[in-house]
Design a protein. Structure first.
Length: 745
């Protein structure tokens, strides 16, 4: 009845078909339909499990299709009609569905019609190809259907029947119409495999065509822009599986990230196909997938509270991943080379995010800063892999990587517990600190020495003002001075706090003096460290508790003497920072020649105090310039070294006890400025070199005696006589006059 009715309605079309075609197309179609439906599975049972009434309905529907599209019976493919091929393919695929999940006739009808439309528009889907690990050739359409059925009806038999049917309908529609009709080749199978098994998409709530479109578009865009990918469909399939697997294993539930990751990896793979896909024996075949896996695992790691540490959105993560994959393409050894039993990339990422976890939540870095930090770390590790070596440091008995410890120091300094400063200011400072710490310090010193240097530039006692951002010039000065000490005394590396103690003590000395000169501190530290370098063991008692540093003791006394105020109505030289540093340098040399200057109680302070108090005898109008003061200090040190009694006290006529050095200088200055009122003499005394030469002669004369009152008076008298002789002829050189006095006293 069905055949006759359709024949009657379409007599001219069906019976009068062209020469060489079957005279009764519907009979041919019916034969092919019945043969497909009657085929048996391995147990000999009819595969679809359709009743007579259901079969009649299915046949009626298919004959209607043949009437509309007779070419399904007239056209050939694989030496059979389109209809026969479609039916055979369809029922062959249906045989793979577990018996308890056999489809309803309506669904089978819908599937056959979908397949017919697909084949009608793209007959190439019936082309047989090898796919996956199967070495047997099968039609592309059959392979696609098998993928859909395997996904919809998994062996673990999860989900409801209704849910599976709903998903199956959507998948069949999308796979046949959106993919196979547009891509009737191996690419179509790649895309089907991608959205089903390698996407990481959760289909438990139904099929998501929008997300599938994004995935397909990403893959197609990459393959279209790089045709080299098409020559390696199996490699592409493995890459897609790797990308989805990486995202899934990282437990990043961010579906929007997947399409872009697929595109990123495929594009980079295509651009570097020989490097990535044809990697040497023993190397990962897909370096970018390996890299992506490590990146995603680092991004998805959680902190102690179980929260994702970086706080990066999908868009930000995409940008970060894109940048890192570019780096891996340029430097594949970051994935292929190993350190600490892992790749360089994995170690760097783990180190970076472990350090970032220490930053307070409200101050987490922006993705751009995280990306820059990772790139800095990668460059540092690439040039000096030793920075990943684990060491003990400070009071921490646990071993950690050198770079991790350095980053922890930087973050702790930049983001203090008190939360001071603006976010912008901290970010600006952090940028400079990270760059200097990694590019300058750790790259050149990938060891404990590097950590010592990082600790020094971050020390709160180093006097460097970072409120306006990182000060590289002062940091360089401090680092150079510290390196000088460490190069002369390599054993200090084992005493990582030694330099820190010196810096702290110098800072304490300046603070205790009361001098409000914070800008002087970095230079004092530099000078102290440089002077320490070649004489550490003579100057620094590391075995003492607390350790004493002789130069720091000398510095304390210098600063105390400078800060001491003069007596009321008297003057005292005002020294610049540079002049203080020069005097400190002089005193350091004196201590190096004779450590007793610092070891004996306040000898340097007493010497300087004696000089400053004696200068109070000079009228304010006759104030001496700095060079004269510097000369007097040199002479006083030399005289005291020659005659220790100059540092002893003496009873004066007025009653108070004075240091003999102070008494001597006072005696000299009173004689020079109170007794010599002659204008010519005053003119000569206004010249610094004259005062310096007279003072040096006077002190050396006293030092050559027991330095009692009579000796000091004799020295004063000698100077007075010298001026009387000189006044007779100022064209003489003062040195000649003094020499004649020595010859003819």
């Amino acid at each position: 009845q069905l055949v006759l009715e359709n024949t009657a309605l379409n007599t001219q079309l069906i019976i009068e078909a062209g020469q060489g075609q079957p005279r009764h197309l519907l009979v041919t179609a019916l034969t092919q339909i019945l043969q497909a439906m009657a085929a048996t599975d391995d147990s000999g049972q009819w595969r679809p499990g359709i009743s007579t009434a259901q079969a009649e309905h299915l046949i009626d529907s298919l004959l209607d299709e043949v009437v509309q599209y007779p070419q399904w019976v007239t056209d050939k493919v694989n030496q059979d009609t389109l209809l026969a091929e479609v039916l055979d393919t369809t029922f062959l695929a249906l045989a793979g569905i577990p018996s308890e999940h056999r489809l309803s006739p309506e669904t089978i009808d819908q599937l056959i019609q979908l397949n017919l439309r697909t084949v009608a528009s793209s007959p190439l889907v019936l082309k047989k190809v090898k796919w996956g690990g199967d070495q047997h050739e099968k039609a592309i359409l059959l392979q696609a259907l098998e993928l859909v059925f395997a996904f919809t009806f998994p062996t673990d038999n999860t989900g409801t029947t209704a849910g599976r049917m709903f998903l199956l309908t959507a998948l069949l529609d999308y796979v046949t119409e959106a993919i196979l009709q547009q891509h009737p080749n191996e690419n179509g199978l790649i895309l089907v495999d991608l959205i089903l098994f390698n996407s990481g998409i959760d289909y438990s709530q139904g099929f998501n065509p929008q997300l599938a479109d994004q995935l397909v578009d990403a893959a197609l865009q990459a393959m279209a822009s790089q045709p080299a990918l098409l020559a390696k469909p199996e490699a592409v399939r493995n890459i897609l599986a790797g990308v989805a697997g990486a995202l899934d294993s990282a437990r990043l539930k961010q579906p929007a990230l997947l399409p872009r990751l697929v595109q990123l990896v495929l594009e980079n793979t295509a651009l570097n196909a020989q490097l990535i896909i044809e990697a040497g024996q023993g190397q990962p075949r897909h370096l970018l997938v390996t890299a992506l896996t490590q990146i995603l695992q680092a991004l998805a790691a959680t902190d102690d509270s179980g929260q994702w540490r970086p706080g990066i959105s999908p868009a930000q993560a995409e940008h970060l991943i894109d940048s890192l994959l570019d780096e891996v393409v340029q430097y594949p050894q970051w994935v292929t080379d190993k350190v600490n039993q892992d790749s360089l990339l994995a170690e760097v990422l783990d180190t970076t995010f472990l350090a970032l976890a220490g930053i307070p939540v409200e101050q987490r870095l922006q993705p751009g800063a995280v990306e820059q930090l990772i790139q800095l770390n990668l460059r540092t590790v690439a040039s000096s892999p030793q920075v990943l070596k684990k060491v003990k440091w400070g009071g921490d008995q646990h071993e950690k990587g050198i770079m991790l410890r350095a980053l922890e120091l930087v973050f702790a300094f930049t983001f203090p517990a008190g939360n001071t400063g603006t976010a912008t200011g901290r970010a600006f400072l952090l940028l400079g600190l990270m760059d200097y710490t990694l590019e300058v310090l750790l790259s050149r010193h990938p060891n404990k020495k590097g950590l010592i240097l990082v600790n020094l530039i971050l020390s709160e006692d180093n006097g460097i003002d970072y409120s306006g951002g990182f000060n590289e010039a002062l940091a360089n000065q401090l680092v150079d001075a510290a390196l000088l000490v460490l190069s002369e005394n390599p054993e200090l590396v084992a005493h990582e706090d030694a330099l820190q103690l010196i810096i702290r003590d110098v800072a304490s000395a300046l603070a205790a003096s009361g001098l409000e000169r914070p800008d002087l501190l970095p230079e004092l530290i530099r000078l102290t460290l440089e002077s320490t370098a070649a004489h550490l063991h003579r100057l620094f008692g590391m075995e003492e508790t607390p350790p004493r540093h002789l130069l720091v003791l000398a510095l304390e006394q210098l600063l105390k003497a400078i800060a001491q105020k003069p007596n009321e109505g008297k003057w005292k030289p005002r020294l610049s920072n540079e002049q203080i540093l020069e005097i400190a340098d002089v005193l350091f040399d004196a201590v190096l020649e004779n450590p007793r200057w610092a070891e004996a109680e306040e000898q340097i302070f007493l010497l300087l105090e004696a000089i400053f108090r004696a200068l109070e005898c000079i009228p304010p109008a006759e104030r001496l310039p700095y060079l004269v003061l510097r000369s007097i200090i040199d002479s006083a040190l030399a005289a005291a070294n020659m005659q220790r009694k100059l540092m002893a006290t003496i009873q004066t006529a007025d009653g108070p006890v004075q240091l003999r050095l102070e008494f001597s200088l006072q005696t000299l200055f009173i004689s020079l400025y109170d007794e010599n009122q002659d204008e010519e003499v005053a003119w000569q005394l206004s010249q610094g070199p004259v005062v310096s030469r007279v003072t040096d002669y006077f002190l050396m004369f006293v030092a050559a005696t027991p330095a009692n009152k009579k000796d000091i008076e004799r020295a004063r008298a000698r100077i007075s006589k010298a001026f009387l002789l000189w006044k007779k002829d100022f064209t003489q050189m003062l040195d000649d006059v003094l020499e004649n006095l020595d010859t003819n006293p």
